[in-house]
Each structure stands twice: as structure tokens, then as C-alpha cells.
Design a protein around this ligand. Structure first.
Ligand code: 6PG
Length: 237
């Protein structure tokens, strides 16, 4: 597990964007399969990416998927797909055919199955499972990641690529990437900022058995943490 800590969330977002662009630059003939999480943290990155890195990003070599989605229509402000489309994908003219949203408006169980089939048929397989080049994860202050909340750890050992989960705080249904895909990704990148995440980052760095985010970070093969100082302590780069 490698962690990189920067003074501010903005600096961390810039570093992560450059890291992803660098990955793609090192393999100029490759198509990259990325899965993005939602929530508020990535919005800063999407906004910066659209405004400051539009011309230097090989958008047509990217295939965009989601780690998780709230079961709401795309127009809803809660929609992870809707947020990324508004802040980034529409701003850079990302071709529709390269974007594979989870359909939040569809019945959750059926959509989890549909999306699992879609990912299995479009993302290159490795060891028999779809292997994303990078999965971008966040972490909730309760230790959840990929809409896998504490108490729903069975999703970490599910063989279904995506399953329905439920936000225990408001009952909102979600579609979540499960351990079967999280642990076959070529790289997991956590992007975590804010002082309210300091405890979960300590758990991720120190223990590995407290909550889904820490468990995933400790059991995946190639994990990188992009943190701001508030979340990651003072090991500033
Ligand atoms: C979601 C996310 C979720 C997120 C964490 C952190 O749909 O909510 O995918 O897993 O990464 O909840 O969210 P914040 O960035 O809003 O703190």
C-alpha cells in the first residue's frame, strides 16, 4: 500500500489527475478501464480535471464505469453518474459510447444483475474476472467504501460483481461493486480528504480489519492512497 499526502484537497486532486494521466501516457496504445466512486470528494477532482487538464487527457482511450450508484434517476443531485456527467463528461465531450452508467432509476436487484453482465462482457478479464485498470474509491467516516457499509461485509466476499446494498442511515438503496471485482482490479486508488476521515485513514493504514474500507485496502494487491493533510496526518509530500 502506497500513500501520498498533500497539503490540501485541491493539491491532492491535481496529483491524482496527473497520476491517472501519467498511467495512460506510459501505455499510449492501451484503452484504460476505470471505475469511479461518487460522493462529494470526487466532485472537486472532476471540476479541476475538466477545467485544467482537458487538453492533456486521452479521453478517447478511457472507458468510464462506476463503483457504485445511488438508486435514483440520473437527474437527481444524489446521482453519482449525473454528478460526473455534469462536472466532467459533458465538459470534455466524452463520447457516450465510452461511458457505462449504472441505471439508478431501474429496479435495484435487476440493475445489479444487468450491470454485472455488462461489466463482465466489456471489461477485459483477468483470472476469469473483469479487471479494471484502476478503481477509484472513497471512504465514509463510518469506514464504508463502494457503498459497502459496516454490517454488510458479506458483499466483500460476494461472487456477484455488483449487488444491491442499503445505506443504513437513510434506507437508500444502492448498487455496489463487490469484493469479486474490487480484489481483481489492477489498482485500487483511494482518494480521501477532510479531517472527518482521519480516523478511517488511520484504520486503513494501521489495522485492516475495522470496516470495509480498511479491509479492502489491506487485502487488495495494489493499493494507493491519495490523501490531504487533514485526512492523512502530517506526512506531507
Ligand atoms: C457514494 C460513494 C461512497 C463514497 C464515500 C465517501 O456513492 O457515496 O461511492 O462510497 O466514496 O461515501 O463519500 P464523500 O466523498 O462524500 O465523503
Amino acid at each position: 500500500m502506497k500513500s501520498y499526502t498533500y497539503h490540501t484537497a485541491t493539491e491532492t486532486a491535481h496529483a491524482l489527475i496527473k497520476h491517472l494521466i501519467g498511467m495512460m501516457g506510459r501505455e499510449p496504445d492501451k484503452i484504460f478501464y476505470f471505475a469511479f466512486s461518487g460522493g462529494s470528494t470526487p466532485s472537486l477532482m472532476f471540476d479541476i480535471w475538466a477545467n485544467e487538464y482537458k487538453k492533456v487527457t486521452p479521453w478517447k482511450r478511457m472507458r468510464i464505469y462506476w463503483v457504485d450508484e445511488r438508486c435514483v434517476p440520473a437527474e437527481d443531485s444524489e446521482s453519482n453518474y449525473g454528478t460526473m456527467r455534469r462536472l466532467l463528461l459533458d465538459q470534455v465531450g466524452m463520447p457516450e459510447e465510452f461511458v457505462f452508467p449504472i441505471l439508478g432509476k431501474c429496479p435495484p436487484e435487476a440493475e445489479a444483475k444487468r450491470y454485472s453482465t455488462l461489466v463482465c462482457s466489456t471489461v477485459p478479464l483477468w483470472r476469469g474476472f473483469p479487471a479494471f485498470d484502476a478503481v477509484l474509491l472513497g471512504a465514509g467516516d463510518d469506514g464504508h467504501t463502494s457503498s459497502i457499509f459496516p454490517g454488510q461485509e458479506h458483499l466483500l466476499s460476494s461472487f456477484h460483481p455488483y449487488e444491491m446494498s442499503v445505506n443504513p442511515y437513510n434506507g437508500q438503496k444502492r448498487i455496489a461493486m463487490t469484493g469479486s471485482l474490487l480484489f481483481t482490479a489492477r489498482k485500487l486508488i483511494f482518494f480521501i480528504t477532510g479531517k472527518n476521515k482521519a480516523e478511517v485513514v488511520r484504520d486503513i493504514l494501521d489495522s485492516g480489519d475495522t470496516g470495509p474500507a480498511a479491509y479492502v485496502a489491506h487485502h487488495a494487491e495494489n493499493v494507493e492512497l491519495f490523501l490531504d493533510a487533514q485526512a492523512g496526518g502530517n506526512k506531507i509530500l
